[in-house]
Design a binder for this molecule. Structure first.
Ligand code: NAD
Ligand code: DAU
Length: 357
């Protein structure tokens, strides 16, 4: 297949492209606007492959998208481009509505026009895979229960509401126009090339810099963590073998409280980077409780039984092995870190964390 991947310069999209190029025979067209979160350096050696092409395009630009479909004639679309950070959606929802809702609508229309121009086996085989989040289900307020594909939507933040809306658009294009769609809803990813506005990379980099580790509220909220390369394999499995019109939940069976995650990072740093920054005796001493996130979701946990049973996917990393690899990666990759923690990144941390940043 030739797969048009939107958002391929982001955290998960780059893992998908690295996997497609190095472990499969598929070709890739990376369609990315290169916002603050997009970085071609995250693609590594994939960029050199003759099975890789890049188009710097905003998914809200209908004319540019039409040109991309005409030039590349893809067999499938894997749609990851989005504004993805909950805290940013609280400071400024407009970009989230624009890219996640309007952009998905524009992309669906471009894909539909292209799909309708196809015939025979190319038309039968065409797929539009929408990559979404478990946050569309809202949250679970106790330790029991899991999100299944039947859980009703109840998004809490501007980010999750915009993703929920995009899921509805995708399903409507299937039912009304017959576009052959697949939807996946995944839990929290972590791993290499994760932009350091998100919990795990932020804590690793702040700890190494001797800065406060800002835990929102009391740190008791629970997330279900999945190593990004396991998610990338799941997404490729779904686009290759998923049933048209179906939704698959993807998760890692790794529920942990935020405070526990931060403490584990500190313990790994004690082992892997025992030379502390000046003035720091123990990394964990940097833990600082800060104002809670408005509308903070209490607990996410995924039932990934359907994708496991039907498509045979299983995560390979445990949280222990994946977190160790991740911490080591951030210790070893200064050039990538310096490339993404420039002026605009510092402006964000100042706005979000003030004196705790
Ligand atoms: P990310 O923020 O790291 O990357 C997003 C990418 O999309 C960037 O390369 C950016 O340049 C690009 N982009 C943004 N707006 C664009 C536009 N208008 N046109 C073209 N490109 C644009 O995001 P991520 O964490 O890799 O998430 C990817 C997808 O997976 C998102 O749809 C997100 O909702 C979903 N998801 C993320 C997680 C997670 O834990 N990170 C979990 C489940 C689902
Ligand atoms: O569940 C999937 C979602 O996971 C994806 O759809 C989102 O794109 C992705 O960003 C992620 O959302 P979260 O809000 O769960 O991730 P984040 O890393 O921002 O926060 C994880 C938890 O840690 C959350 O409970 C808030 C808390 N937190 C976060 C930051 C950045 C802190 O306590 N301190 C922080 O500084």
């Amino acid at each position: 297949m030739k797969i048009l991947v939107t958002g391929g310069a982001g955290f998960i999209g780059s893992a998908v492209i690295r996997h497609l190029v190095s472990d499969t025979g598929h070709a890739v067209v990376n369609v990315d606007k290169l916002t603050y979160a997009g970085n071609l350096a995250s693609l590594g050696a994939a960029i050199e492959s003759e099975r890789y092409a890049f188009e710097q395009v905003d998914i809200c630009d209908a004319d540019a998208l039409r040109g991309v479909f005409e030039r590349h004639q893809p067999d499938a679309v894997m749609h990851l481009a989005a504004e993805s950070h909950v805290d940013r959606s609280i400071h400024g929802p407009a970009d989230f509505i624009q890219t996640n809702l309007v952009g998905t609508g524009v992309l669906l229309e471009a894909a539909r026009a292209y799909f309708e121009s196809l015939s025979g086996t190319r038309r039968e085989g065409f797929r539009f895979h929408h990559v979404s989040t478990d946050e569309v289900y809202g949250d679970l307020d106790g330790p029991e229960g899991l999100f299944t594909e039947q859980t009703p939507y109840a998004p809490s933040s501007p980010y999750s509401a915009s993703k929920a809306g995009s899921d509805h658009l995708v399903r409507a294009w299937h039912r009304t126009f017959g576009l052959p769609v697949l939807v996946t809803n995944c839990s929290n990813n972590y791993g290499p090339y994760h932009f350091p506005e998100k919990l795990i990379p932020l804590m690793i980099l702040n700890a190494r810099a001797g800065k406060p580790l800002p835990v929102y509220g009391d740190g008791s909220q629970v997330r279900d963590w999945l190593y990004v390369e396991d998610h990338a394999r799941a997404l490729v499995t779904v686009i290759e073998s998923g049933r048209v019109g179906e939704t698959y939940n993807i998760g890692g069976h790794n529920e942990h409280r935020n405070l526990e995650v931060v403490e584990r990072i500190c313990a790994l740093l004690e082992e892997l980077a025992p030379r502390h920054p000046e003035g720091v005796t123990r990394y964990a001493d940097l833990i600082t409780y800060v104002k809670d996130r408005p509308g903070h979701d209490v607990r996410y946990a995924i039932d990934a039984g359907k994708v496991e049973r039907e498509l045979g996917w299983r995560p390979r990393e445990t949280f222990e092995s994946g977190l160790r690899k991740t911490v080591q990666w951030y210790l070893d990759n200064h050039a990538w870190i310096e490339g993404v923690t420039s002026g605009t990144y510092r402006d964000w941390t100042a706005k979000q964390y003030g004196k705790h940043g």
